[in-house]
Design a binder for this molecule. Sequence first.
Ligand SMILES: O=P(O)(O)OC[C@H]1O[C@H](OP(=O)(O)OP(=O)(O)O)[C@H](O)[C@@H]1O
Ligand SMILES: NC(=O)CC[C@H](N)C(=O)O
Ligand SMILES: [Mg+2]
Length: 581
Amino acid sequence: MCGVVGLLLADSESHTEVSHLLFESLFYLQHRGQDACGIATCAKGRIYQSKGNGMAAKVFQDGARLVDLPGYMGIAHLRYPTAGSSSSAESQPFYCNSPYGICLAHNGNLINAPELHKYLDEEAHRHVNTDSDSELMLNIFANALNETGKARVNVEDIFRSLTQMYQKCQGAWAATAMIAGFGILAFRDSHGIRPLLIGTRPSATIKGAKDYMIASESIALRQLGFKDFRDILPGEAVFIQKGGKAEFKQVVPMKSYTPDIFEPDSVSDSISIHKSRQNMGLRLADKIRETLGDEGVRGIDVIIPVPETSNTAAAVVSERLKIPLSNAFIKNRYVFRTFILPGQKLRQKSVRRKLSAIESEFKGRTVCLVDDSIVRGTTSKEIVSMAREAGAVKVYFASCAPPLVYPHIYGIDLASPHEMIAHEKFYERVLGFQVANIEYNQTREDIAQIIGADDLIYQDLDDLKQACAEASPNGGVKEFEVGVFCGKYQTAVPEGYFDHLHEIRHKNRANPGGEVPRGALTGSSNPVNGPGANKPFTLEVPANPLSKNADPAASASVSSAPRTPEHREDISIHNFASENQ
Ligand SMILES: O=P(O)(O)OC[C@H]1O[C@H](OP(=O)(O)OP(=O)(O)O)[C@H](O)[C@@H]1O
Ligand SMILES: NC(=O)CC[C@H](N)C(=O)O
Ligand SMILES: [Mg+2]
């Protein structure tokens, strides 16, 4: 998923508040990405940044490192890789010095990365230092800005360059960017696949002026006191200049308004996620009755949610079917989300560590477990066996989402289709070899058998879409990006992309440890392990000129001022020789 944030305070003399607000916003959006995070701020025309692998509290040492990030504006990012590798070099925001000094934080995925890379190399002559698609996007935009030939650009130039960038990049994005000394930019793909909202609050120091904040989810805006928020529309961009003047522009026409149905956020595109989960519960309850019949439903003693995303839907299922609800799985609050952990083994282990069953709620009973989705089946398989170990006599499993069988290509690294439990090739993966002359069409019964359930109930796709559309109060959003369920995507997919994807995933499966590395989507390998990998070197970065003990003569455009040796990762640039060098 990834989380992006942008913030500009009207008072450009303010130097400490922005980094603190950005840091806080990362906590509200932490569920969007746990692999890496970063903040870039700007003060007196200079960009300061700090980033690295890990969650916000760790990377910023519980806030101690914020002193290195002065400024009245900034952007922030939480990463969950979908392209490139998990290397700290690919943590965001990305920075490029030419032209003007630009930083970018990107949520989404570009599906024509190889083509963009070729263009940047052969025509734009810009160096791309990592395998990240986001770095490509930054450079495509920077190159378009550069082509204006101007020493100082205006807002129109920025929007025009963005239009050019939209014409070159394919895929999905919601991004925030910062131009040194000038302002903050935010923009969203022409289908609105990835979410982005903007809000304001009155400036605390300048009468009548406004502070602006942009974020992936409304929760970050609301919690930090930003109001009047609205969605940035598909194909729309906003530039907020120093002083707090915002200009909006439709940089390309809106092609559709189809947010990704996998977005878990609080409120986006006017859709209340709480309401959509309630709607899902209603329809799922009917589907359970349709599948099991009245007799089957009467046999269920208790409805049990798989914490925590399915809690709301399960409560509605319980109410609708008039079966008691029990929160019989207790979540260990110190174990984080399993689904976005890199590596299958890690995920499996973590399900058991994350949840524990209250035996008395299961013993001798027929239980119906409710979860929001089944992807690889890691969670459902473990959960079903935990329910049996706790004494359940019969276990039904109900999923709020239909079976997933196609790749997600827009910024959610769900799984390769062959890893998905509902995919017909699942058996081949499990067995490790191709099975000739046998048609494996993964039926509901097959899947129930694999996860060990007595029966399995999937929500229908139309019901899922309807549940979400009905949660959009003015009927504003009717359609969604649902390619993972049906194979129909909102954008054209470059020819050969899926074969390429499959090949890369297949190659990756051969890796020691059997782990599917993150981000096979662009087909790039982690340069650290790649054939041309060189030893990384570290740039020495002078002290932050605005921090108290700094030597004013020593400063750098991109300053990180590391405090301890382990945080030098922030400023290391990997000097990877390319294969043909
Ligand atoms: O079939 P799988 O590959 O296991 O994936 C599906 C699971 O992943 C998600 O949960 P996640 O672990 O992200 O945590 P959460 O529900 O607590 O947010 C989702 O809610 C399912 O439980
Ligand atoms: N999940 C995302 O939105 C990922 C953003 C970007 N493609 C990356 O891998 O860093
Ligand atoms: Mg879950």
